[in-house]
Design a binder for this molecule. Structure first.
Ligand code: XMP
Length: 467
């Protein structure tokens, strides 16, 4: 895997060097070159033909056209990084080219240009840059670009207009929308509502695996947004499906299947065969499939049984979390900054068997972590983490209550910083915040949870979730 970074002028070198430094940390070889699209197009041409390069990063600084010029000359992935606000939309739309990504339409190519590109770089010879390494440069480049200039990858208004048109094409009649209350699926539900009105119905499944107060909160939000919706109580079905299962991937498969059966039944009731869901780019990139390594049978897509009768519609497929948040803010969704919560819910936050009692324990512990972190953030004791939650561990450990020794389980507290969940850092949380969390959890779950641990592992090597 080699990355070539091209900047149009020396004044942009500083950012390019940051990209190189970050790639170094991932052991990804990287070369940086200065080549203006206007002054020395031949040099750009030469650089782009480098057979060793797998991914190009083109910095759109003074030379806003550079990413487009690079993308026009290769079929390899091109990551455009706008360095300043106010670059023309055209230059931004042309900047990211990810060949082979299902669903990504990429930059349109026309006539001779298309032929030339194909001749120069025929399909089978395009190196199959795989999901994760390919993500590294994009993420790194975007992170780096946040320094000197604000990064504006997508224009939420333009995205919404386009998504509405596309949804109308993809849903000729009616559809249900898988709505979990999270940002991604709420954005998907609102887009579907904009596009289709009453012909879209949001389905919120109460799996029994949700966080404290979540069902009521989501119900209130949907009602306030005048979103046609249905809350389906299905905890029994989910706990039955999960009985005796301890393997995380099996949990996800069972949960995915249980979700699909609920959605199929709801689709029948609504007389439709489409399911809109809020899958975003990292979901399928990390899920395995087409071009990708299987890291986890992840997210929404992992657990979908092959005999599912519904056709999936995924309007957010190409977006990254920060882009979805920008769209969420644009649509006026409150709590657009809310932390991500996995689709399989608390089932993957109790390691080991999923019983109602263990889920209730982690629900209580999790609510305490959320309250204390949010309080500390509001009091400026710490920055807002990317995710902060509790995990129940299936260990038998000794504690004391009064004069008695008791055996209970342990809770691990996970608080991480991240840009997009592809990598993460365990946060240096002020000690008093951790102490309050520990005291409250062991008091609220006295005798049941007798030990609270703080997880200090970054991702990689650990993942954010324990399962
Ligand atoms: P990991 O644990 O792989 O997680 O570092 C990366 C991000 O994905 C979330 N996550 C999930 N989300 N279904 C989801 O919808 C899942 O099965 C799932 N597993 C992990 C995790 O919370 C983090 O934001």
């Amino acid at each position: 895997m080699k990355v070539t970074v091209i900047v149009g002028s020396k004044s942009d070198l500083e950012v390019a060097e940051k990209v190189r430094a970050r790639l170094d940390a991932f052991h990804v070889p990287c070369e940086v070159h200065v080549a203006s699209a206007h002054r020395n197009p031949d040099k750009v041409d030469r650089l782009v033909r480098d057979p060793e390069t797998d991914v190009f990063v083109a910095m759109a600084g003074l030379s806003a056209a550079l990413p487009g010029v690079v993308a026009a000359r290769t079929l390899k992935p091109v990551i455009g990084v706008p360095l300043h606000r106010g670059l023309g939309l055209d230059s931004l739309l042309s900047v990211v080219q990810m060949p082979g990504d299902p669903g990504r339409r990429g930059r349109p190519r026309f006539g001779r240009e298309r032929r030339v590109a194909r001749d120069r770089d025929p399909g089978p010879q395009v190196p199959r840059a795989r999901g994760r390494p390919r993500e590294v440069p994009r993420r790194v480049a975007r992170g780096a670009a946040r320094g000197p200039g604000e990064l504006v990858v997508n224009d939420p208004a333009a995205f919404v207009d386009e998504a509405v048109l596309r949804l109308r094409e993809e849903v000729p009649e009616r559809t249900i929308v898988a709505a979990s209350g999270g940002i991604d699926s709420t954005v998907a539900a609102l887009l579907a509502h904009r596009a289709l009105g009453e012909r879209a119905r949001a389905i919120f499944v109460d799996t029994g695996l949700l966080r404290a107060g979540e069902v009521e909160q989501v119900r209130r939000f949907f009602a306030a947004s005048h979103l046609p919706h249905e809350v389906v109580p299905a905890a029994d079905a989910f706990f039955t499906a999960l009985a005796e299962v301890t393997d995380p991937e099996e949990k996800r498969r069972r949960i995915g299947a249980a979700f699909v059966r609920v959605f199929e039944a709801e689709a029948d009731r609504f007389h439709c065969d489409r399911l809109v869901q809020g899958t975003i780019a990292p979901d399928w990139i990390e899920s395995g499939g087409a071009l990708r390594d299987t890291i986890k049978t992840h997210h929404n897509v992992g657990g979908i049984p092959s005999d599912m009768r519904l056709k999936l519609v995924e309007p957010l497929r190409d977006l990254y979390k920060d882009e979805v948040r920008a769209v969420a803010r644009f649509l006026g969704i409150p709590e657009s900054e809310r932390q991500p919560f996995p689709g399989p819910g608390l089932a993957v936050r109790v390691t080991g068997p999923v019983t109602r009692e263990r889920v209730e324990r982690v629900r209580v512990a999790n609510a305490i972590v959320e309250e204390e972190v949010e309080r500390a953030v509001a009091a400026h004791e710490m920055g807002r983490p990317w995710q902060y939650f509790a995990v129940l561990l299936p260990v038998r450990t000794v504690g004391v209550t009064g004069d008695n020794r008791v055996h209970g389980e342990a809770v691990s507290v996970r608080i991480v910083e991240s840009i997009d969940a592809m990598t993460a850092t365990a946060m240096a949380v002020p000690r008093p915040v951790l102490s309050r969390i520990s005291e409250r959890i062991t008091r609220a779950l006295a005798g049941k949870v007798v030990r609270v641990l703080y997880d200090i592992t970054d991702k990689p090597p650990a993942t954010i979730e324990w399962e």
